[in-house]
Write a protein that binds this ligand. Sequence first.
Ligand code: NAD
Ligand code: PRE
Length: 350
Amino acid sequence: MPATPRTHVIGAGLIGASIGLGLRAAGWDVTIADAAAEAERLAWGIGAGDPLGHEAPELVIVAVRPSATGEVVAEALERWPGAWVTDVASVKAPVLEAARAAGGSARYVGSHPMAGREVSGGLAAQSDLFSARPWVVCAGDAAEEVVETVRSVARTLESDLVEMDASAHDAAVARVSHAPQVVASAAAAALGPLGADDVALAGQGLRDVTRIAGSPPAMWADIARMNHAALVATLDHIIGDLEDVREADDIGEALTDLIARGNLEVERIPGKHGGKTREWRGVTVIVPDEPGQLVRLLQDAASVGANVEDLSIEHSPRQPVGLTTLFVEPASAPPLVEALERAGWTVAAS
Ligand SMILES: NC(=O)c1ccc[n+]([C@@H]2O[C@H](COP(=O)([O-])OP(=O)(O)OC[C@H]3O[C@@H](n4cnc5c(N)ncnc54)[C@H](O)[C@@H]3O)[C@@H](O)[C@H]2O)c1
Ligand SMILES: O=C(O)C(=O)C[C@]1(C(=O)O)C=C[C@@H](O)C=C1
């Protein structure tokens, strides 16, 4: 197999078109197809891949809705007997079973990029969608050279490669991805009794908790059906915690316990680079609401070699200043504070 195999993507939605854009940007020869003519034309138009020609692909990437993935993987294994096949569905064990049932599991490797958006379709595609995000590879029954080719897709898209057994993957994503979707949707649905004026009171907390409540239901219905047992086990855990709070004699005490446990666990969620926990420190600066100020702040931070790992801006309309927090390695924080104050900035917290 060449280092950049002739690759065919089936499914030109958010994930398939993003993979096509990213691989092409790295110089891969990519073709792309979709059951919907409009999606296919869009993908060709934005440069996510060419129409499939006469030459058989060497690598096939299936990026269709989760419930259709097993069938499309089986068809690809049969149609291109010389090709290696991977998929990106959010649940892995049922797809491995479908590859086994088709007698092609030696040429099949499961993938799951842990990156996406709450919108679907190729219009939302981004070539760097997977950059610095985990990309799970489930080797299953495949030969090492097949697994290595699929790893090279993840590396080319600058993802952080993680290797897992398909069932262990499914149990983990029930907690880190599938149950959070249910909880976000439930939090948003609880707004139902409120009128528009009351909903307008929403602060940043509700926005943070409900971003993914805008997700398309069809994909999540498929995911829930395919990962039913693991999802229900996670929901039981969450419902147990909620019941403990509701039933407690002292609701404050019960909530203190829940929030304290949440405080501990949230610290374990990896930051920007995926592999490590959040290790950086925030330096919060008062920034006047004038054009060019943010650029000046970042330039001043760069002048002392501070690598800004993340950035947050708290700002209300019509307010003359905003609070900008620069997140840096702990050791970089003191020299950064000193340099910013020397440059005339007011550091509000560090
Ligand atoms: N959206 C996310 O956040 C995300 C993240 C990681 C993985 N995934 C997985 O990626 C896959 C695709 O998700 P998406 O968000 O790109 O969905 P999408 O709805 O944006 O795109 C899916 C595309 O597949 C096409 N399609 C459906 N059946 C087909 C078939 N039989 N043959 C050819 N094309 C077919 C549809 O027409 C559509 O254009 C899913 O399996 C999902 O579990 C999604
Ligand atoms: O960022 C988002 O919008 C997502 O929900 C992406 C997300 C997730 O992180 O849970 C959702 C489903 C996929 O299987 C993988 C990633």
